[in-house]
Design a protein around this ligand. Structure first.
Ligand code: SAM
Length: 347
């Protein structure tokens, strides 16, 4: 049938150009536009901002215009000249110094994820991650590729850290974890979720278990020594013995691995888990009928480009847990990016 004369491919055009929006946000953060406006404590002209960030006036003017269109900046006019200030969201989430800053995540998206996605077609064709093409490193050992330098590892840790300031409380309170006092966060990384756990459950202690070099950086730069309810354990969760615990947390761990590796890890956890204990999976759950959420669908493509794993549905996680011995499996959606699945070891 002939298309209606008034048919306009609004969505398709929006998707075609979606990367222009990402790059505008990446560049504005990288240049420090939002930080300059925060420090100034008054609206600034394009000339003032261009000087402060060390960029051309013309380029800065266009960037500020785009940020205004994206509702990341407010504009007020005085005597025919535009003056810019941060919106509330930009001040809270895009400035470097804010406790809820997404700056480091944006940097990682810009410098690493964006480069991997350049090879999405190759990833879909081959069904494999794209480290070799994007960064010239072997992807035989996933975390050796991800942590190809200390600098990359720290950047990754910042990426992992920032989201739990925003969604961490929701995932640790989605199901009642009060009965579990001795908690081990496997692959606990920078400890951001461990902190949310100790805040939500005053009686629990959390051991962050991670690769030795991650633990060292986490201990030195992310977790305060004053935080006496958080401890550390160095090791490889596929090889070394796991600490005894009432609850093991696996946040964004299983999505890195194939079903076979997930079951291998879950079986090891089942053995280490105290009777009556459990395992909490924190992941972005796909709907059972494949209809969404879009974020989880896109994350699953991201897992293809970057890891050996995938995002899964609640039923798929339940099947992995059941084949590793766990019973009474429940899941809860939080309405934000990450959800919770809890499995139990019988007494
Ligand atoms: N759980 C954290 C979160 O959600 O913010 C981090 C998730 S990150 C995707 C995966 C974590 O698993 C990293 O901290 C990584 O160092 C750790 N990891 C990967 N392989 C590991 C292994 N074999 N043994 C222990 N930790 C490992």
């Amino acid at each position: 049938a002939a298309p209606a004369a008034d048919m306009y491919p609004r969505k398709i055009l929006e998707y075609m150009e979606g990367f222009l929006i990402s790059k505008t946000v990446f560049t504005s953060c990288e240049l420090g536009v939002f930080d300059v406006l925060l420090a100034a404590e008054r609206p600034l002209s394009a000339e003032e901002i261009s000087q402060a960030v060390g960029a051309s006036v013309d380029g800065t003017q266009r960037l500020l215009g785009a940020c205004t269109g994206l509702q990341l900046l407010n504009t007020q006019w005085d005597d025919g000249q535009a003056f810019y200030s941060n919106t509330e969201q930009s001040r809270v989430f895009l400035t470097r110094s804010s406790p809820l800053s997404l700056y480091q995540s944006i940097q990682y998206s810009s410098r690493t994820i964006y480069l991997c996605w350049h090879y999405l077609t190759d990833a879909v064709r081959s069904g494999r991650n794209q480290y070799e093409k994007a960064f010239g490193v072997s992807s035989k050992d996933l975390f050796q590729a991800l942590y190809r330098s200390d600098e990359e590892m720290v950047k990754f840790m910042h990426l992992m850290n920032s989201i739990w300031n925003i969604c961490g409380k929701d995932v640790v309170t989605a199901l009642d974890l009060t009965p579990f006092e001795v908690v081990c966060d496997l692959g606990g990384c920078s400890g951001a979720l461990a902190k949310q756990c100790t805040l939500a459950y005053p009686k629990c202690t959390v051991t962050i278990f991670d690769l030795p070099k991650v633990v060292r950086v986490s201990r030195e730069h992310f977790v305060s020594a004053a935080d006496q309810r958080i401890g550390f354990c160095e090791g490889d969760f596929f090889k070394d013995s796991l600490p005894a615990a009432d609850l093991f947390i696996l946040a964004r761990i299983l999505h890195d691995w194939t079903d076979e590796r997930c079951i291998e890890l879950l079986c090891r956890i089942y053995k280490a888990c105290k009777p009556g204990g459990g395992v909490l999976l924190v992941e972005a759950l796909l709907n059972e009928d494949g209809s969404g959420p879009l974020t989880a669908q896109l994350y699953s493509l991201n897992m293809l480009v970057q890891t050996e794993g995938r995002e899964r549905t609640g039923a798929q996680y339940a099947a992995l847990l059941a084949s590793s011995g766990f019973t009474n499996i429940q899941h809860r959606l939080t309405g934000k990016i990450y959800d919770a699945v809890l499995g139990h070891k019988e007494t």
